[in-house]
Ligand binder design. Structure first.
Ligand code: ADP
Ligand code: MG
Length: 221
């Protein structure tokens, strides 16, 4: 597990647009932080820079004491849950969750115990051998989260597009990521432009506007 620190974090796109503007923030190890603000304020850009999907123009991101800027995306100990998470419909649940671990050449018993743990954690043990197309949307969502946790990330990034499809699944997803945070202690950065949702989580909210943090409150303000 790890804290996350932004120091003067800035993203300027090639066209000169400053999407994230000198952001400073400390997120504690094991914290669940909600990034909230209007569409276009830079929330996803921050997640994409942490995840390595976007270069950092200037400033630093630290994972614990480790400077993330210099670490290759695949070596960063973090997981991302975004809308376009890729699950393979022709593969079964087990293989979908094991995929990332196999790519890392982990020993088979290690992969097996991690996948089984994740399946149990999310209540999908009974569908491990089922093909993705044969399970429900909620189960698929849990497979996606299962795939995220089997890598034992220090930080989980969740963008608002994940499980936007319908309200039921959204509340299930929130329940699941709150559980990941409380039971596994993984630090979570959660992005939403839904104010009600941001407040209802009862966690620290970082309010953003025009690429800047305008306040970081807690549940009391
Ligand atoms: P949010 O997730 O808060 O809705 P984003 O982080 O996706 O916002 O985008 C922040 C701003 O950066 C937006 O105004 C968006 O139009 C702009 N932006 C995103 N990608 C690019 C790009 N490749 N070139 C220029 N501007 C971009
Ligand atoms: Mg976004």
């Amino acid at each position: 597990m790890a804290s996350v620190t932004f120091e003067h974090l800035t993203k300027t796109y090639p066209n000169g647009f400053v999407s994230v503007d000198n952001v400073n923030l400390f997120i504690e190890d094991g914290e669940f932080v909600v990034f909230h603000g209007p569409s276009g304020c830079g929330k996803s850009t921050i997640l994409r820079m942490i995840g390595g999907l976007e270069d950092i123009t200037s400033g630093e991101i630290y994972l614990g004491k480790e400077l993330l800027n210099d670490i290759l995306p695949r070596d960063r100990r973090l997981a991302m849950a975004f809308q376009n998470y890729t699950l393979y419909k022709h593969m079964n649940v087990y293989d979908n969750m094991a995929l990332g671990l196999r790519l890392r050449d982990l020993p088979r018993p290690v992969i097996d115990s991690r996948v089984k743990f994740a399946a149990q954690f999310f209540g999908i043990s009974d569908v491990l051998t089922a093909k993705l197309r044969a399970i429900s949307d909620s189960q698929r969502q849990r497979v996606a989260l299962g795939r995220a946790i089997v890598c034992q990330p220090k930080v989980l990034l969740v963008d608002e597009d994940f499980a936007r499809q319908n309200d039921d699944r959204r509340s299930e997803m929130l329940h699941d990521i709150l559980k990941i945070n409380s039971e596994l202690g993984i630090t979570i950065l959660y992005v939403t432009n839904d104010y009600e949702e941001a407040v209802s989580l009862g966690k620290r909210i970082v309010y953003m506007k025009d690429g800047k943090i305008v306040s970081f409150g807690d549940i009391y303000n």
